[in-house]
Ligand binder design. Structure first.
Ligand code: WQD
Length: 340
């Protein structure tokens, strides 16, 4: 069974390709390599023993998208990761984000609408909830006004899919709202490769641990949380990848309750920035240089998932602890910086 993974050379995409191949699916990757490298294919091959088909396509080129689906009429499902994801950059370059994240989604949905039966998994985000009023966050929590064009593309993306599913009954879609993905494959053949200075907490911590950064700035210790630092739900990337395969299988097997569904993908446990630092210090046996600075603009106090729907309806549950996920992130960082 052939599955298209757009953005399949990226962080979450590559881990999902591995899980798909492990389950016996044939994978075709589309990636424009704008924020990824073709070398990731070697990592995937080293883990699974199989090299996925790879086509370097810019999904903004509508003609190329049409041509791709003409050449691959036997695609049974699409997992759509390809998108720009830097929150700050999206504020500076909103049209880039709307073109990259919305334009390409529309082109793919158009092609899928032409098929007799189509299965589609969308990378959404807990960012759609903003600062939710209640913790943990269920899928019924209201979608709040987006803080950034990036966040808006996830909200709009969900709406575009929902509107399309309303009139295209043979299109079956699931949006997965990820909390904070982290970690690397246990084989350390693939992992996160942030470009430039990492904006996300975990890669900043591991780069500081390995000596690439002098110290971590902890953004605020005056939040109304147990230790004053902000709380997030850190989900191990392999657990997250498995959620995609389970969601896709749900659609392929016709087990979905409606032709558009939404699931939270998190652990259900909130961890503060200081707890994440402690986890790093425990698994690395190193002290981390850090200082407390002012809050970062746009940050929320806390976000962690109610995973009941994913656990009971989807039949997926996260397996890795924060420490295990952190260990993989640390092993990966040491490997790519060639330190032990
Ligand atoms: C986590 C915590 C920071 C860096 C991002 C995206 C969001 C969603 C999830 C996908 C926060 C603190 C961070 C640092 C710090 N992704 N921090 N020092 O902000 O929860 O959300 O990922 O759609 O859209 O914005 O993740 O990793 O940036 O931050 O103290 O150098 O770590 O303040 O509390 P965030 P993050």
């Amino acid at each position: 069974m052939k599955i298209l993974v757009t953005g399949g050379l990226g962080f979450i995409g590559s881990h999902t390709v591995v899980e798909l191949q492990n389950e016996g699916y044939e994978v075709v990757i589309i990636d424009d390599c704008s924020n990824s490298s073709e070398a990731v294919l070697d990592g995937i091959t080293a883990i699974t023993g199989k090299t996925p088909i790879f086509e370097k396509i810019d999904l903004k080129e509508k003609g190329d998208v049409v041509d791709f689906f003409k050449r691959h009429q036997d695609i049974q499902g699409v997992i759509h990761f390809a998108a720009s994801k830097a929150v700050g950059e999206s504020v500076e370059k909103p049209l880039l984000y709307y073109e990259n994240n919305i334009g390409t989604l529309v082109y793919i949905l158009k092609e899928l609408s032409n098929k007799d039966n189509a299965n589609f998994i969308f990378s959404s985000s807990c960012t759609v909830y903003g600062q939710a009023d209640e913790m943990p966050i269920t899928e019924n929590a209201p979608v709040k006004v987006a803080e950034s064009p990036y966040g808006n593309t996830k909200q709009m993306g969900e709406e575009i899919i929902a509107d399309t599913c309303k009139v295209t009954k043979h299109l079956h879609a699931i949006a997965l709202r990820y909390f904070n993905p982290m970690g690397a494959h246990p084989s350390v053949e693939i992992g996160e490769l942030p470009t430039g200075v990492p904006q996300n907490l975990v890669p900043f911590i591991t780069q500081t641990g390995v000596g690439m950064r002098e110290e971590l700035s902890v953004y605020g210790d005056d939040y109304p949380t147990a230790d004053g630092t902000a709380v997030r739900d850190y989900i191990y990337v392999v657990d997250l990848a498995k959620a995609h395969v389970i969601a896709l299988k749900r659609l392929i097997d016709g087990k979905n309750a409606a032709n558009y569904e939404v699931f939270n993908v998190g652990t259900g446990t909130g961890s503060s920035v200081l707890e994440v630092i402690q986890s790093f210090e425990k698994v690395s046996e190193k002290k981390l240089n850090y200082k407390i600075v002012a809050r970062r603009a746009g940050d929320i106090t806390e976000a962690y998932a109610d995973t009941t729907k994913a656990n009971t309806v989807l039949g997926w549950k996260s397996e890795y602890t924060l420490d295990q996920a952190m260990k993989s992130a640390w092993d990966w960082e040491k490997k790519i910086r060639k330190k032990s």
